[in-house]
Design a binder for this molecule. Structure first.
Ligand SMILES: CC(=O)N[C@H](C=O)[C@@H](O)[C@H](O)[C@H](O)COP(=O)(O)O
Length: 231
């Protein structure tokens, strides 16, 4: 491993290992979907103990950046006609996220039809001086991403590449990955502190929570549905 790479990974471990990441992605087009609200979510998350935040959109990363000093994981999401890949499929967005102040850029690293090869996205992230996170759906994705040189692999896309979305986090994937890979981000459907504990026990290097903190409509719905008449 090159000295530069060793240095990069040491610094990444210093700032992120064992930390909670809050994904500040409100429901699209909902009342909380604004730069101002997301900046405030990010500040509140840091006050609550988050070690990093995950933000969608380069303009939004730029809006949030002045308010927080913790690492920002930047992504840009799409709904493409010719590819199921949603998370940061294009090189231009990698550059824009880094220019906006993202410290880490996350990309979909699944083996699905895509406009730009994962290796090219990775090269652009590292050329821009950022850390690279691979959003994966399976151990095959994650092992391939690690072999390519991604700094972090996440379970972000487990359960989201076809079929019914499971209820629970994918602890089995977290633990399979953690057995051989150094930086596993547990992400996806982690809604409670107890689930954070389980993800950590499964070997997660860091844990990302999104919906349970920043999608108030959905969290309210969980509680509202629990109000159904009791037998
Ligand atoms: C599958 C997909 O597109 N995941 C997205 C990735 O950025 C977000 O919609 C999630 O909110 C994020 O991964 C955090 O997960 P959760 O909101 O379940 O805590």
């Amino acid at each position: 491993m090159s000295v530069d790479k060793q240095r990069r990974l040491r610094r990444l471990d210093e700032v992120m290992a064992g930390r909670l990441v809050v994904s500040c992605q409100p429901v699209d087009d909902g009342p909380l979907d604004s730069h101002d609200v997301v900046s405030r979510f990010a500040m509140a998350a840091v006050m609550g103990g988050a070690g990093a935040v995950r933000i969608e959109g380069a303009a939004r990363v730029a809006a949030v950046r002045p308010f927080i000093s913790v690492p920002v994981i930047g992504i840009v999401k799409y709904d493409l006609d010719d590819s199921p890949v949603r998370i940061t499929p294009f090189l231009d967005d990698v550059a824009a996220l880094i220019a906006a102040g993202a410290d880490i850029v996350a990309v979909d690293a699944t083996a699905r039809a895509r406009p730009v090869p994962v290796a090219d996205l990775l090269a652009a992230i590292h050329a821009g001086g950022a850390w690279a996170m691979a959003d994966c759906s399976s151990s095959e994705d994650a092992l391939a991403a690690h072999a390519l040189g991604f700094d972090i692999v996440g379970t972000t896309l487990s359960g989201y590449t076809g079929g019914e979305v499971p209820q629970e986090p994918d602890y089995a994937l977290i633990s399979t990955l953690a057995a051989t890979l150094p930086r596993v981000m547990a992400e996806g459907r982690i809604h409670t502190p107890e689930q954070v504990v389980q993800a950590r026990q499964a070997g997660a290097w860091a844990v990302t929570v999104g919906t349970a903190i920043t999608r108030t409509e959905l969290v309210t719905q969980w509680f509202a549905e629990a109000m159904a008449p009791q037998a």
